[in-house]
Design a protein around this ligand. Structure first.
Ligand code: ZN
Length: 414
């Protein structure tokens, strides 16, 4: 089933890429404009020009219609394949559309996503068009974020100012990434990491060293000319190390010692215990990924687009939510608690951003008002449970034989 869909998708895509429809339409327009110019220059030629126009215009319309027909038919097949694969899988009803009351937030997420993807011109067109679009916010359901039109507008104005800044930053990021991934050139990235060394170190990031190590390995392999004889390659790497690695001595002494130790094996590194340092298939993409993450976090952004994460998490949750909706309809019940789902949605660990703690005594999720508290024995319960059990006096832990006093319990931060 999926194969069929893939095939139809490829067909539509191919047609789209090889389609000449726009060219055909343009040539019709050219033909008409030419005729208009001729008539404007010499009105006496009007009837002959129009007569001459008839056949070519008809022919060019026919060509356009034919290719449109083809496009329609492949699109139809694709839609049918989609329907077949996803039949009996309705979308959940949109009665409770929590985001309809804040279109500005949604638009902002879309614009940011486009910018992070490097689609700057699309993002700027999008921002301009959403600024012109004065569609009022849909009345939200109770409890949703209700942003007034006024704040929506100021949000967009803010975005337009900031979008310039962000665009500049992302242009820089894409340039650095391009050099890193396409040209095996980490120098712009190293430059950037150096300019932000204090902040990166404060974050515990090893980015600058990882980049320099990559450069060292690249030089050792002969750089752009892998045919270079070994002694010359090795010397180039050692020269680089002498010049750059002293900065990293305090933090990366061990790694540097490994790189230097590997040089002793250089005629036959393959057989040395250090070969993994020099033959990692993924080292460039790993470093590129860590660069993207650091770059984004210094901008105050997450490494992945929040819109992408939200949409993917939503797609994972969809089957469960649909089932839930069916059950609720059948039992005529409603789920009214806001900001919390009645069922657990299993998400991959990279999609878990906020740890929660459920008190094992009260079975309630802890909150800022009722935080988790750790007793000296190391067991954790919610503050309210602790107060209920202890009543302010020394008490026995519900999980082990230890006794403790409530004043010795410590608040746990998630
Ligand atoms: Zn305990």
């Amino acid at each position: 089933m999926m194969d069929l869909l893939q095939k139809e998708h490829e067909r539509v895509w191919k047609r789209l890429k090889t389609g000449k429809t726009i060219k055909d339409v343009q040539s019709t327009i050219d033909l008409l404009q030419e005729a208009r110019n001729t008539i404007a220059a010499d009105p006496a030629k009007a009837s002959i020009t129009l007569a001459k126009l008839q056949n070519p215009v008809k022919a060019s319309f026919d060509v356009t219609n034919d290719s449109l027909k083809e496009a329609h038919s492949s699109l139809n097949k694709y839609t049918k394949a989609l329907d077949k694969l996803f039949k009996d899988r309705p979308l959940p009803s949109t009665e409770y559309d929590a985001l309809s009351s804040s279109p500005a937030l949604v638009n902002r997420a879309i614009a940011m996503h486009l910018m992070r993807e490097g689609q700057f011109s699309v993002a700027s067109t999008f921002l301009n068009e959403t600024a012109q679009d004065k569609t009022p916010a849909q009345p939200g359901y109770e409890g949703s974020i209700s942003a007034s039109d006024e704040s929506n507008l100021s949000l967009l104005a803010f975005d337009r100012i900031r979008s310039g800044e962000i665009q500049e930053q992302f242009t820089k990021m894409y340039h650095i990434l391009h050099e890193l991934k396409e040209n095996s050139n980490p120098l712009p990235a190293i430059q950037w990491a150096r300019e932000h060394r204090t902040m990166l170190e404060a974050r515990g990031s090893n980015l600058e060293f990882d980049l320099c190590r990559l450069r060292f390995v690249w030089l050792f392999h002969g750089g752009d000319e892998p045919q270079t004889p070994m002694p010359i390659r090795r010397q180039a790497a050692l020269d680089y190390a002498r010049q750059e690695f002293s900065n990293f001595m305090p933090r990366h002494l061990r790694e540097i010692q490994q790189l230097m130790g590997a040089m002793a094996f250089s005629p036959n590194l393959e057989a040395s215990p250090y070969r993994h340092l020099f033959n990692s298939q993924t080292s460039w993409s790993d470093v590129a990924q860590s660069f993207t993450k650091e770059f984004c976090s210094l901008l105050g952004l997450s490494a992945d687009s929040p819109l992408y994460i939200a949409a993917t998490a939503g797609a994972i949750a969809l089957p469960t939510l649909l089932k839930l909706q069916t059950i609720m309809k059948a039992k005529r019940t409603e789920w009214t608690t806001q900001d919390e789902l009645p069922v657990e949605i299993p998400l991959p660990s990279s999609y878990l951003f906020h740890s929660i703690f459920v008190c094992p005594v009260s079975k309630e999720q802890t909150t800022d008002q009722n935080p988790p508290m750790m007793m000296p024995c190391g067991h954790v319960i919610a503050q309210e449970s602790l107060q209920r059990i202890s009543k302010g006096n020394k008490f026995k832990c519900p999980y082990c034989p230890n006794e403790s006093h409530p004043r010795d319990a410590q608040k746990v931060f998630l």
